[in-house]
Design a binder for this molecule. Structure first.
Ligand code: ADP
Ligand code: MG
Length: 253
């Protein structure tokens, strides 16, 4: 069964059709890039998949179950995790505390059980930090870490919920090229190891064409292309609508 199946999704704001009849599928272990110019409707799609926005029409099936209309917290519990364009961690807490909190939140433990949960979750938090290459920074407050390191911790936080699907809205925004590649290589390895389907948006073409198994291209809310890297790269409509006629240099990975 398809992990995430999105069918005929639509959302308007006032008179503007932000997302218009968008459909795609994501399989376990796969990286799907959603690309398109600013305002194409990418974030709106993400927000409908994770329940923050209710679609006007369409279905979102997670493991065959329609999740449209469920509250975001329920969708998160069912295994749809996300990372944010601007990394979201608590700056005054250490890296390991941030991950522990995510683990405790997954278990639904109450605050008064914090002390016990603290011991219980610490080992697991450390192994997640280890996996994202951040074990040596575990005791440092997130607020003083380099941005690329915070993004890794954010990944560990997302993994704490054992997601089936991970939504990453511009994960590498604000990162240097070398950091970007490292974060996406890590994401791909984690997706393969854990059978996580990753849906991501991205402006950097080296990341898109270096790491996406499949692409979907939006322009003004509509899908203009989908397929593997080669077919999207060579699609004349993509070149024309998205990249501008003649501007093809960035399309070569
Ligand atoms: P992208 O993420 O591809 O840049 P968005 O999904 O953020 O695009 O936006 C798609 C369109 O919907 C844009 O025209 C944007 O102005 C509009 N839009 C997005 N969110 C809202 C909102 N909450 N209220 C009104 N218009 C919105
Ligand atoms: Mg966006």
């Amino acid at each position: 069964m398809t992990l995430l199946l999105v069918e005929n999704l639509a959302k308007g704001f006032g008179g503007v059709c932000a997302v218009d009849n968008v459909s795609f599928r994501l399989e376990a272990g796969e990286l799907l890039a959603m690309i398109g110019p600013n305002g194409a409707g990418k974030s709106t799609c993400f927000n409908m998949v994770n329940g923050q926005l209710r679609p006007d029409a369409g279905r979102v099936l997670l493991d065959g179950k329609n999740i449209v209309g469920l509250p975001p917290h329920d969708i998160w519990r069912m295994g749809v995790g996300r990372t944010f364009q601007i990394a979201a961690t608590f700056g005054s807490m250490t890296a390991v505390e941030n991950v522990q909190m995510a683990l405790i939140s997954r278990e639904g433990l109450l605050y008064r059980m914090w002390r016990r949960a603290d011991r219980h979750a610490r080992e697991e938090a450390m192994s997640l930090l280890e996996r994202v290459g951040m074990a040596d920074q575990a005791e440092r407050p997130c607020g003083i870490l380099a941005y690329g390191d915070v993004k890794r911790i954010e990944l560990a936080i997302a993994l704490a919920n054992r997601p089936k699907v991970l939504l990453m809205d511009e994960p590498t925004a604000g990162m240097a090229p070398k950091e970007r590649i490292a974060l996406m290589a890590l994401t791909r390895d984690l997706a393969h190891e854990n059978g996580i389907g990753v849906l991501f948006t991205e402006h950097s073409m080296d990341v898109v064409f270096g790491y996406a198994d499949k692409l979907i291209v939006l322009a003004r809310g509509k899908m203009i292309a989908e397929g593997d890297r080669d077919s999207v790269r060579d699609n004349p409509r993509v070149r024309e609508v998205y990249f501008g006629a003649g501007k093809t240099a960035g399309l070569h990975a």
